[in-house]
Design a protein around this ligand. Structure first.
Ligand SMILES: *Cc1c(COP(=O)(O)O)cnc(C)c1O
Length: 222
């Protein structure tokens, strides 16, 4: 199937309240343009330099999401245009995002990445760490960021029940953090679900799925 057909197929299966982030990492601009021409406007990348390069070459009404691990010293390269940063996993990073957003006179939307998988390779904070950040005085001083919700990745496993448990946990962490009702936060997004597990994620309360290979085909890393 073509990129356009894949996209239409997936979009038709998503409930209206679920936002699709088309994960275009490693894919060339001409293939991303196929998705753009089919109407997709939200794209996710996991490397800042790659996202910056693509942003420069592509239409300006694209919303670029940074879905990967963010190195603090590279925030400045995307601060002018990034639409949502999914992978915020520490306070120092948040402070840097705030600083760079301020330089561009804008507010940058962020999600707190929570570690729900039982794999050491995955990034993210605990729900306690997220709560501590949100309730800290230092956080209340950051006026150029807005925390829009949480992001998480389930364990890479065939065990459906485990994946479901992890997504359920992220959803309840989202509810708990939302209920803190912190100024400078606007909890409306649960970013969970990828090509292999987005249907499960939606059943568990996802509002934003990040789908790559089911749209663009398998990635080739060499
Ligand atoms: C690559 C990636 C995805 C998309 O993965 P697919 O399995 O290709 O859909 C989603 N989220 C993150 C954080 C990723 O790095």
């Amino acid at each position: 199937m073509s990129i356009q057909e894949n996209l239409q197929h997936i979009k038709a299966s998503l409930p209206e309240h679920v936002t699709l982030v088309a994960v275009s990492k490693t894919k060339p601009v001409n293939e991303i343009m196929e998705a753009y021409d089919a109407g997709q406007r939200i794209f996710g990348e996991n490397k800042i330099q790659e996202m910056v390069d693509k942003e420069a070459q592509m239409p300006k009404d694209i919303q670029w999401h940074m879905i990967g691990h963010v190195q603090r010293n590279k925030v400045k390269y995307m601060a002018e245009f990034v639409s949502l940063i999914h992978g915020v996993d520490n306070f120092k990073l948040l402070r840097e995002i705030n600083k760079q957003a301020k330089k561009h006179n804008r507010t940058i939307k962020c999600l707190l990445q929570i570690k729900i998988a039982d794999e050491d390779t995955k990034f993210g904070m605990t729900s306690q760490e997220a709560q501590q950040i949100l309730q800290s005085d230092e956080f209340s001083e950051l006026k150029n960021i807005s925390i829009e919700g949480v992001m998480g990745m389930a364990t890479f496993t065939d065990d459906e029940q485990q994946i479901k448990n992890e997504f359920d946990r992220l959803k309840s962490i989202f509810e708990a953090l939302k209920n803190l009702d912190i100024e400078g936060s606007n909890f409306n997004t649960v970013s969970m679900g990828m090509s292999g597990d987005y249907q499960t994620a939606i059943a568990c309360g996802s509002t934003m799925v990040r789908v790559g290979s089911s749209i663009f085909g398998e990635r080739n890393y060499d």
